[in-house]
Design a binder for this molecule. Structure first.
Ligand code: PMM
Length: 272
């Protein structure tokens, strides 16, 4: 099913709610670790108006260790299956083709790959074969390497170039252009200054010709700006960012607290 068949509103920024079924994600790790907790959280995100629920089983924070495919499948598939039966549009946040394929069979409709196809050579062909929407995020290296790779002469042109290269690979693999969404990967192989430069370069990112998703929710660079080490204390700053991104007509934002961000998107929509 193509992106255009998912029935998303065209007149506002979409809100993707984060559901990490992990013990160790930076902001919500351990909170929705059991199937019951994860389902309750998913139902809440849905009731609050999430357009998409992004389900991930493997923490991607800098330095984190990988888990086995079996472990990732065990964590996410029951949750994908139960929430998609409730009518939620689910994206599966994974870098593994096998997990993406199983999640699609369990009812997920979108693949969100933080490696844009670089982590698993099977990912792009499998997504192409299923003709589903694909979110390709910019990063460099794996979670152990990315901090050391956060070095840029010009972060905007380099991220745009590297995303362009991924787009070529994505289209070569047979994924339809209308099913591609791009994400500059806030906090992935990026220091705070890089994140701010990219957030100031939305026209350049949009000029790539694809919808743009931004995932900045509660990330470290916001904490550094306002002096908040506690991730929950970064929520107000995240809402401010959502208002600005929505006013600039970004396609989607990936956030923890859906209700607050749907409200912010509504307010931004009043500015013509
Ligand atoms: N960030 C995280 C995980 N998955 N996916 C996309 N497309 N964009 C992001 O910025 C992104 C992502 C890490 O944040 P989390 O630990 O709160 O999920």
């Amino acid at each position: 099913m193509a992106l255009s068949d998912l029935g998303f509103p065209q007149d506002r920024t979409l809100v993707m709610g984060i559901l990490n079924v992990t013990p160790d994600s930076f902001a919500d790790g351990g909170r929705y670790n059991s199937k019951e907790n994860a389902l309750e959280r998913g139902r809440k995100l849905l009731a609050e108006g999430a357009d998409i629920i992004d389900i991930g089983g493997e923490s991607t924070r800098p330095g984190s260790d990988r888990i086995s495919v079996e472990e990732e499948l065990d964590r996410v598939i029951p949750v994908v299956s139960a929430l998609s039966q409730l009518g939620a549009v689910i994206s599966i946040d994974t870098t593994r083709a096998e997990v993406a394929v199983s999640a699609l069979s369990a009812g997920a409709r979108i693949v969100n790959d933080i490696s844009a196809g670089l982590a698993d050579p099977e990912m792009l062909p499998e997504v192409a074969a299923r003709a589903v929407p694909y979110i390709a995020m910019h990063t460099r290296g794996n979670s152990k390497e990315m901090t050391s790779l956060a070095s840029y002469a010009n972060v905007v042109t380099e991220v745009v170039d590297e995303l362009n290269q991924r787009v070529l690979a994505i289209l070569n693999a047979g994924i339809m252009p209308e099913n591609v969404v791009l994400d500059p990967g806030i906090g992935f192989a990026k220091e705070a200054e890089h994140n701010w430069s990219l957030l100031n370069a939305l026209p350049e990112l949009k000029a790539l010709g694809f919808p743009v998703l931004i995932g900045a929710s509660r990330k470290r660079f916001l904490g550094a700006l306002i002096g908040a080490t506690d991730t929950d204390a970064r929520e107000a700053a995240t809402i401010a960012l959502t208002s600005l991104l929505a006013e600039r007509k970004i396609w989607g934002i990936r956030v923890h607290d859906v209700k607050a961000h749907r409200d912010a998107v509504r307010v931004a929509g009043m500015f013509l």
